[in-house]
Design a binder for this molecule. Sequence first.
Ligand SMILES: C[S@@+](CC[C@H](N)C(=O)[O-])C[C@H]1O[C@@H](n2cnc3c(N)ncnc32)[C@H](O)[C@@H]1O
Length: 184
Amino acid sequence: MDIDSFLADLRKHGLANTIPNISDKNARFLKDMIHIGGVKNLLEIGTANGYSTIHLCLALRENGGHLTSIDYSLPSYNEAVENIKKTEMDDIATLIFGNALVELPNLPAESFDMIFIDGQKKRTIDFYKLAYPLLKEGGFFIVDDVIKFSEKMSSFYEFLEVEKIPHTILGIDEDDGVMMIVKR
Ligand SMILES: C[S@@+](CC[C@H](N)C(=O)[O-])C[C@H]1O[C@@H](n2cnc3c(N)ncnc32)[C@H](O)[C@@H]1O
């Protein structure tokens, strides 16, 4: 399996079908964060067709890590299962079909080093609140698309302001950026 050409084809498929996959620059950033942070256990909210999931798995494999990813769209979940199988990442990734708002409380507390939030933007605040107990002390959140969709995330921004939660916004590419929040 030539993983680079598989990912290139999957990106083309994503673009042709308006699947909002992460950009190449964001993929590189997320993989760098996994390396720098020595991430072993990662949670992703919003699998889509598994494009980001495969990138994350590539970095996690080098750390001997594991990923759990949730999506509530059955066609997306099925596509992701197939893509994870094809890329032989099924020993690294556990895909959950379900609504993250329902599934998150069922996951083990303080078990993740990194949580990547890339689900429905206006629900970001709910994902954050439900996922917070799942993150280890010293672990970090990466929230995607926080510039382009800041209006849809206004309740999340207000919450961060009111609760005085330190957060850093990083411009990743021409299109958008991510937010990092460290749990301490
Ligand atoms: C932006 S896409 C994810 C893209 C993917 N991370 C990538 O870069 O390849 C958002 C995904 O989140 C899923 N989603 C949105 N809200 C959700 C929820 N409450 N529970 C589970 N999945 C959700 C959607 O079905 C969609 O597939």
